[in-house]
Design a protein around this ligand. Structure first.
Ligand SMILES: [Zn+2]
Length: 160
């Protein structure tokens, strides 16, 4: 019979797995993903650049030159495509919650619950929850929503 220590360990492992999958997914969509050095409020801070002249996501131009006989690599504030000073850094804050579904008597059905350990009552529209549903290794669903939408499906009368 699994002890509560085993269950805690399993929860931590599934949590890390969900974060890793989400980080890879976000990275594939062009986001830089940063993890907190001291985690207090958010799991990830993610960042992407948008050029308002090109009207598309871009990267900051990175320059590499010889300077005084040495290589000098610099990240500039210029758009990589049009070389104008026209990029805006988009920053979002993400709290990740991972659920591994409980098998149900019905085939191909699992019960998932969403009940975050931390709630946010922030008017800041840059804060999001990412709910990662792990069905199996090949099937992971991501639901990303604003923190104010939590009460639409979480039982907020329960303790966090
Ligand atoms: Zn541009």
């Amino acid at each position: 019979m699994p002890t509560s220590n085993d269950q805690d360990r399993e929860k931590r492992v599934i949590g890390l797995y969900g974060e890793m999958r989400l980080a890879m997914e976000l990275h594939q969509q062009g986001w830089q993903v940063y993890r907190a050095y001291i985690d207090d409020k958010f799991d990830f801070v993610i960042m992407k650049c948008f050029c308002y002249i090109c009207q598309e996501y871009t990267n900051a131009l990175q320059r590499e030159r010889r300077y005084n006989g040495r290589n000098a690599k610099t990240v500039t504030n210029l758009c990589e495509t049009c070389h104008n000073d026209s990029i805006r850094m988009l920053v979002r804050f993400i709290q990740v919650k991972t659920s591994e579904g409980e098998p149900r008597p019905v085939p191909n059905e699992k019960a998932f619950s969403f009940h975050p350990k931390i709630r946010y009552h922030l008017a800041d529209g840059r804060v999001f929850y990412a709910w990662v549903q792990v069905w199996d290794e090949d099937n992971v669903n991501y639901f990303i929503f604003r923190t104010k939408d939590v009460e639409r499906f979480d039982n907020i009368t329960l303790a966090t």
